[in-house]
Design a protein around this ligand. Structure first.
Ligand SMILES: Nc1ncnc2c1ncn2[C@@H]1O[C@H](COP(=O)(O)OP(=O)(O)OP(=O)(O)O)[C@@H](O)[C@H]1O
Ligand SMILES: [Mg+2]
Length: 287
């Protein structure tokens, strides 16, 4: 019997994407593939090119060179735009509209026929069901950001592009977004998420890219990126770190400690935090 592994088509494919604004190289040769149900975090300092890259994926900005497709269609084409949901980092809804009117407007813009059921379901999902008739100018900025998230979900997009979706949210709102993203991923939706909140990115992203001056400086799963060398061993004498010990050397080290009469409570591989990885990557390039 011939075994075939089904390769799912990519939801996003970026090849050597660059964007130059006059003298600024905002994006500089970015390659990125996103598979269905993959949650990818884009990290980087202010001005690194994160929003520009997301805008290229949306079709709002044209790349100077390179190519980007969404669900096999060129970014910006009608077909590509039908597959995405987008929450911009700096957005303003018309202040005189009510929350459900903003939703209805975006349903019309995106051609969704979900009607009142979709509007209420999504407002409810972001905790705004009780204020669906409140005007934008009477909503707090966190409420507006929740509304922004709800509108990005209109029409069941296959790829969500979220540019700092939690910057205005309280801790409960941030948790809600985390839960929502995990739920979407489980439903096969792909997400590209820009954020400065490393502690938020680390637990939920399948893959992280660190962008500095438009270039990808590091990428990988949070587990891969934070795996360090060394080992932490807890004995009755407390926690001791053995730096520079490889995985292969751990059994011999544990045997030696037992021979010395130590009781071993736990053995944990040494880890770096994503924050440290990020700061080290960025430090070398900024200046
Ligand atoms: N429309 C524009 N015209 C000229 N330069 C621009 C334009 N948009 C962005 N830039 C420049 O491109 C670079 C990347 O900007 P971008 O907004 O993509 O950064 P970012 O990583 O999203 O930063 P932040 O974390 O502050 O949101 C910056 O130097 C910025 O000044
Ligand atoms: Mg930005």
């Amino acid at each position: 019997m011939i075994e075939t592994t089904k390769v799912l088509p990519r939801v996003l494919e970026a090849r050597a994407v660059t964007k130059t604004y006059r003298s600024t190289q905002a994006v500089d040769g970015v390659d990125l593939d996103i598979s269905p149900g993959e949650l990818v975090g884009l990290l980087g300092p202010n001005g690194a090119g994160k929003s520009t890259f997301v805008k290229i994926a949306c079709g709002l900005v044209r790349p100077s060179t390179g190519s980007l497709s969404v669900c096999q269609a060129p970014a910006g084409s009608v077909s590509a735009r039908r597959s995405i949901g987008y929450l911009a980092e700096l957005f303003r809804f018309p202040p005189w509209l009510r929350a459900d009117e903003v939703m209805a407007l975006h349903q019309r813009l995106s051609g969704s026929d979900g009607g009142a059921e979709e509007r209420m379901r999504l407002l409810d999902r972001v905790g705004l069901a009780g204020v669906s008739t409140r005007r934008i100018d009477a909503m707090s900025k966190g409420m507006q950001q929740r509304l922004g998230l709800a509108q990005s979900l209109i029409g069941d997009p296959r790829l969500l592009l979220l540019d700092e979706p939690t910057s205005a949210l309280d801790p409960a709102g941030r948790r809600l977004v985390r839960e929502l993203l995990i739920e979407l991923r489980n439903a096969g939706v792909s997400v590209l998420l820009n954020s400065h909140l490393l502690t938020e990115i680390e637990p939920i992203c399948d893959r992280v890219l660190i962008l500095v001056k438009g270039k990808v400086l590091a990428s990988g799963s949070p587990a891969e990126m934070t795996a360090g060398d060394g080992v932490e061993i807890e004995t009755e004498a407390g926690l001791r770190i053995f730096p520079g010990v490889s995985k292969q050397e751990v059994p011999a080290l544990v045997s030696k400690l037992i021979a010395e009469g130590r009781s071993i409570y736990s053995v944990t591989p040494g880890r770096q935090t994503l924050e440290q990885i990020y700061l080290d990557a960025v430090k070398g390039e900024m200046g």
